[in-house]
Design a protein around this ligand. Structure first.
Ligand SMILES: [Zn+2]
Ligand SMILES: [Zn+2]
Length: 352
């Protein structure tokens, strides 16, 4: 299985690489400057859109736009996964910062063909107004033609209707003042249930129920198939037999994870949060049974308070290893993957 993993450098070197190279190789000032200049020439300056190659026609690419949870941190923006296949650009969830990360991924905001929501927790939808409204502008990074297409659980229509009321002043002002097209700020919502929810251009999206807790229904995960390859995205769930059923045979499994130290779990508040999510040793069982070509963690819920530090990502990795010994990566924002017929190829993380 490990042999299937090969890394390709297709994007800019990150700041960590810069620091590492300077630390290990910068023995003289001359050398330091040479390394710095070489690397700066490869860092994104100005428009990120000019730097990231769009996927080729038959390419199946998955980009983690945001790998975080509600915690407002810069390193991990809110949940969002961009799936590009068959000429379609599908966005799974729109957490905080999705709009900025989309720009960094090289896609115009208006090029998103459909937003597909796992559930309606705020960390998964708080980025919608930005994507919806900013994507409507005529600026070259936006330019949506036609309605804002959304698939999601029951309640999605009410969410979009509410946003239309909340932003009524802006919408009317821009139609009157900038002559923006009213039809492109309309939303076209489909409320979904388990089953095939989208099938266009050879891309098939199947929704399956996951288990985010009794009071948090419905919540869905998604499997997206194209040309004999597939990615499955867990959304928010605790250990889910249904996810295993639908994900079996998938190539790339993107799964959420949550963890806390035992001392922290004396507090009921943290018990409740953890009870809604999958812990590393449980995710390991999921991966072992699904046997993806590659498992990747996103939506990190690593709980901590002053005096009780959060579980580290390295510890998450090690805890997973108790129940799973296959290919596994800790996801990062803007980490991307190409799904080939024989392998899932991680593309280098782009600079954030
Ligand atoms: Zn969440
Ligand atoms: Zn949630």
């Amino acid at each position: 299985m490990q042999r299937r993993l090969k890394f390709e450098k297709t994007a800019n070197l990150g700041m960590n690489t810069l620091v590492e190279l300077i630390t290990t190789k910068g023995k003289s000032m001359k050398h330091f400057l040479m390394v710095l200049l070489t690397l700066l020439s490869q860092m994104p300056i100005g428009s990120a859109m000019a730097q990231v190659k769009a996927p080729a026609n038959d390419e199946f690419r998955v980009t983690l736009l945001g790998t975080g949870s509600p915690a407002p941190v810069m390193r991990r923006f809110g949940p969002g996964v961009l799936v590009q296949a068959g000429g379609k650009n599908l966005l799974i969830d729109s957490g905080r910062g999705t709009t900025q990360r989309l720009m960094q991924s090289g896609l115009k905001l208006g090029q998103v063909d459909a937003l597909i929501l796992t559930h309606l927790h705020s960390d998964h939808v708080v980025g919608i107004p930005d994507l919806w409204l900013t994507g409507w502008l005529e600026a070259n990074y936006a330019q949506r033609k036609g309605p804002f297409v959304v698939y999601g659980p029951k309640g999605t229509q009410a969410l979009m209707d509410g946003l239309a009321i909340a932003y009524d002043w802006d919408i009317k002002a821009r139609i009157a003042d900038q002559n923006l097209k009213p039809e492109s700020i309309q939303s076209k919502v489909t409320e979904i249930d388990e089953g095939v929810i989208y099938e266009q251009g050879g891309v098939k999206v199947v929704a399956f129920k996951v288990d985010h807790g009794e009071l948090l229904q419905p919540a869905f995960g998604y499997r997206i198939d194209y040309a004999g390859r597939s990615v499955t995205i867990s959304g928010d769930t605790r250990f889910s037999e249904n996810l295993i059923k639908f994900a079996t045979g998938t190539d790339l499994l993107i799964h959420q994870v949550a963890a806390a130290r035992e001392d922290l779990l004396k507090s009921p508040v943290f018990q409740v949060i953890l009870a809604h999510h999958t812990q590393p040793h449980e995710a390991g069982i999921v991966f072992t049974r699904v046997k993806p070509k590659l498992a990747v963690y996103y939506h990190f819920v690593l709980l901590g308070i002053p005096g009780i530090p959060a579980v580290t990502e390295k510890e998450v990795f090690e805890m997973t290893r108790k129940t799973y010994d296959g290919p596994l990566l800790i996801g990062e924002d803007l980490m991307a993957f190409r799904l080939d017929a024989e392998a899932v190829v991680p593309l280098a993380t782009r600079s954030q």
